[in-house]
Design a protein around this ligand. Structure first.
Ligand SMILES: NC(=O)c1ccc[n+]([C@@H]2O[C@H](COP(=O)([O-])OP(=O)(O)OC[C@H]3O[C@@H](n4cnc5c(N)ncnc54)[C@H](OP(=O)(O)O)[C@@H]3O)[C@@H](O)[C@H]2O)c1
Length: 271
């Protein structure tokens, strides 16, 4: 019996084009690298032009400098993307955490910045790029949005209040988006990583304090690396267009749950 849905081959062999936000470091940069290695056209977006230029030199990616918390910058981003052509994927990855203060002590400005980049900016970008993604879906049969959320959007932890609030909100928004786009060949997927050892995320969170960065990962055998998350994002994008991985939770094997992190080498126990 033939199974017309089983192919992993895209509808055509034309290159697919992805926009990756937060491409100047960490998971976003790794995703651009992997997509390029798989033959995708990519457009990396972030604020730091020098980092994007280095990624362009390395991978051949196109780049656009934009602060996604600014509506006028997102409008300009859309205009530049319209000139490039239809889009087949948006990897909405730009985001981050500021501080580890308790709810009772946190600075409201830090929370505003977290909500701004993790939630509002993601909404701005989805809204701006949806016409380009629809054009891409008309061209190749489907188009995709993958949001990088976090396990911080699934379970709260002490000191995580502001980041929890932001990632819970992002997760809720992406869930609503999937419902609203039902009936169109547009997949809406979420990748929710646990602990990932990227160069900048934790350093930014703890105000550049290297000792706090080292303490977070101390003793953890193989935290996830940016490339691990990129593998999952690209796998989700390259599955056949009728397969929508709604939400993928991924953690290092040493992290059984947000609150259960093993800080010693993993070992096989005696039977
Ligand atoms: N690392 C972890 O443990 C972890 C775990 C779960 C989820 N995540 C999530 O995964 C995503 C990537 O994290 P990462 O670890 O790769 O962190 P990262 O290295 O700090 O990357 C964050 C990216 O977002 C960009 N960005 C920040 N503010 C921006 C703005 N206003 N406009 C445009 N771009 C902006 C940054 O570029 P510029 O500074 O150049 O603008 C950077 O490229 C984030 O959404 C994060 O919340 C991380």
């Amino acid at each position: 019996m033939s199974d017309e849905h089983s192919s992993t081959t895209p509808a055509t062999t034309a290159p697919r084009r992805a926009v990756v936000t937060g491409a100047s470091s960490g998971i976003g940069a790794a995703t651009v690298r992997l997509l390029r290695a798989h033959g995708w056209e990519t457009v990396g977006v972030a604020r730091r032009a020098d980092r994007l230029q280095a990624l362009a030199d390395e991978t051949g990616t196109a780049t656009i400098v934009a602060d996604l918390t600014s509506q006028s910058a997102v409008d300009a981003l859309r205009e530049q993307l319209d000139e490039i052509g239809p889009l087949h994927a948006l990897v909405s990855n730009a985001g981050g955490a500021i501080g580890t203060d308790a709810v009772a002590l946190a600075d409201a400005d830090d929370w505003t910045r977290m909500i701004d980049i993790n939630v509002i900016a993601a909404q701005r970008v989805v809204r701006a790029l949806l016409p380009g993604l629809r054009a891409g879906a008309r061209e190749l049969g489907h188009a995709d949005i993958v949001a990088v959320t976090s396990t911080a959007g699934q379970v709260s932890y002490e000191g995580g209040g502001g980041y929890n609030a932001a990632k819970f909100a992002l997760r809720g928004m992406m869930g609503a988006l999937r419902l609203e786009l039902a009936g169109e060949p547009l997949r809406v997927m979420q990748v929710a990583p646990g602990m990932v050892k990227t160069e900048e995320f934790t350093l930014n969170r703890v105000g550049g304090d290297a000792s706090k960065y080292d303490a977070l990962y101390e003793g953890v055998e193989h935290p996830l690396l940016a490339g691990d998350v990129a593998e999952v994002i690209v796998h989700a994008l390259e599955l056949p267009g009728h397969v929508n991985l709604d939400e993928i939770t991924m953690r290092p094997t040493a992290q059984a749950a947000a609150h259960k992190l093993v800080r010693r080498p993993l070992e096989v126990l005696a039977d």
